[in-house]
Ligand binder design. Structure first.
Ligand code: SAM
Length: 288
């Protein structure tokens, strides 16, 4: 996968050189490039912001440096496609060298981090891990001039995306989180792919609690079932712990959970937590 990040603080993305994502880059599994937006300005002060039309507090990111930066990223994609012998059919979508929807590789996805975007979830991470190129446009100040997103839609699949319902100072922290969540799903990045299967949010639930040695620590014992060697019982305990933990911490997730095919023991576990299965959905009993 190729990832391009455009930011006025390229150094902010340095942690992506570390740990599993850093190793994936070294191993050639992930080609990640960070671009300084100020390199695409033309004035002496390398200006990227200006006052908002309509008045109000703060500054807004100017459109032209963004258009220049994204044009350069799109042109790089076209050059790579050509070098790989895939350029036939790729059109000039108004961006020099940019592929259009008819191009062999289609439009790259442009993710614009924003608290006003769609929520980034594990499902989004899985979806985006299937793409061959992602471009991230890190906003600062009050955000990017809206016309950039409209213009970019001709050349990219534009997705304003939120890390959560809170406001950060810039898109860089959101990009660090999203790239890590997406990157670890790429084949070969996480050593044991099995460890991606039973994680929180992989099946709409939170993960069960985990323990390691010693079995007894500061007068606290690991649940006996985990030491029993009985794989069936361990699997059932873990599933029921997932239900308990999700009901306690994230009951909102249970509203979306498909309970239609739950075996009887699992329905009983949910009944003990105060939930009945009605038409395949979990419904909290009013008296629970
Ligand atoms: N005025 C904007 C609003 O109220 O929607 C907030 C701008 S914020 C101070 C500056 C930048 O931080 C945004 O353009 C975006 O790139 C990033 N940002 C802030 N909160 C975010 C969040 N929850 N998810 C993703 N990006 C965020």
């Amino acid at each position: 996968m190729r990832i391009d990040v455009v930011s006025i603080f390229p150094e902010y993305l340095a942690p992506l050189e570390l740990s599993l994502i850093g190793k994936a880059r070294q191993d050639g599994l992930l080609d990640l490039r960070v671009h300084d937006l100020r390199e695409f300005t033309t004035d002496r002060h390398r200006t990227v912001d200006d006052t908002p039309y309509g008045g109000g507090a703060g500054m807004v990111m100017k459109p032209e440096p963004w258009a220049q930066a994204l044009t350069a990223v799109a042109a790089g994609r076209a050059e790579r496609a050509e070098a790989a012998g895939q350029s036939e059919g790729a059109g000039d979508a108004g961006v020099p060298g940019a592929p259009d929807a008819a191009g062999s590789a289609g439009k790259p996805v442009l993710i614009v981090p924003s608290p006003a975007g769609e929520r980034f979830t594990q499902a989004t991470a899985h979806e985006l891990a299937e793409e061959d190129q992602l471009v991230f446009a890190c906003g600062r100040y009050e955000g990017i001039d809206e016309r950039v997103l409209e213009w970019a839609a001709d050349h990219f699949t534009v997705r304003p995306m939120s890390l959560g319902d809170y406001v950060l100072n810039g898109g860089e922290v959101a990009v660090l989180a999203m790239v890590e969540a997406i990157g670890r799903l790429l084949p070969g990045v996480v050593g044991n792919p099995e460890s991606l299967v039973e994680e929180s949010h992989s099946d709409g639930l939170l993960e069960y609690p985990v323990y390691t040695k010693p079995s007894s620590w500061r007068e606290r014992d690991v649940p006996a079932v985990l030491l029993s060697g009985n794989h069936g019982k361990i699997a059932q305990w873990r599933r029921h712990e997932q239900y308990r933990r999700t009901a306690e911490r994230r009951p909102d997730l249970l509203a979306e959970f498909d309970a239609g095919k739950l075996p009887r023991a699992d329905r009983t576990a949910f009944a003990d937590l105060g939930y009945d299965v009605v038409d395949g959905h979990l419904v909290r009993r009013p008296d629970a």
